[in-house]
Design a protein around this ligand. Sequence first.
Ligand code: 8YV
Length: 325
Amino acid sequence: MKPSIVVYKKQPADLQQRLEQHFAITQFDDITEENRAQVLDALQNAEGLLGSGGRVDKDLLDHAPRLRAVSTSSVGYDNFDVAELTRREIPLMHTPTALTDTVADTVMALVLATARRVVNLAERVKAGEWTQNVGPDWFGIDVHHKTMGIVGMGRIGLALAQRAHFGFDMPILYNARSQHTEAEERFGARKCELDELLEKSDFVCVLLPMTKETFHLIGKEQLAKMKSSAVLVSAGRGPVIDEPALIEALKDGTIYGAGMDVFEKEPLPKGSPLLSLPNVVALPHVGSATHQTRYDMAACAVDNLIAALNGDVKQFCVNPEVLRK
Ligand code: 8YV
């Protein structure tokens, strides 16, 4: 009898077949308020859970008495109640390496698109508003040789430092809990306090996970420390940025612009000022969204689940203390 699992993210065909070789699958596309009752029903016999996003909390876990492993195709896992999973001795695996370069590319895309007003300009060309002389109203700001400030020097932060250093000859400041020797030796990055990074950077790229400590880390006080010519880029988790404070800072010229892939509420509500401000480039949480990377993440998550249900967790366990028991 194959173990039963619940899969709540559509899988590539070959990975779906692989899962079917090992497990009896109940398939959903997501965990939503609308389908939550069906998901909870399916979890009654499930030994494994595979997907990303959605809220995997105590209430859901109370409906999954046989659950032995959870695997997410994402690097972030703030939507999982890790403490509750650990209390129940259920390992949670994630995919922290597959998306590094793709997300770093997305951050640079947001840096460039916001600094050089790519979206505004492209929309005006399409609207037939291109006049022969593109005057100062259409001008942007330079990226090369400007100071890159990286808040959070993890895998993605290091990949961004590589791009900024070699691609754009940017001096790099970073703020992180610990020293990052590789970033310093390979890319000349310098560790500093957040205030100094905010004051001296031309681009402030926030790449932090969502935790109690990082919630609203960048708020009115922090934004006021930034240069009025500076750009904020947010590609970690939305709630790290105090969005109402950011909107005010963008409206009153405290900062030049913002490039955002993540938001406090996703999807971004239709009435959000972030959708109408001309100095904002907003993407729909697509930092990792290339065909190859999303496949690689899915494949890694499937490998992680198969290994865990075979009692052989090899890698990427968020709560490894449950493995030692
Ligand atoms: C998406 C991300 O959530 O990996 C993460 O933490 O935020 C993004 O990559 C992920 O791609 C969803 O599968």
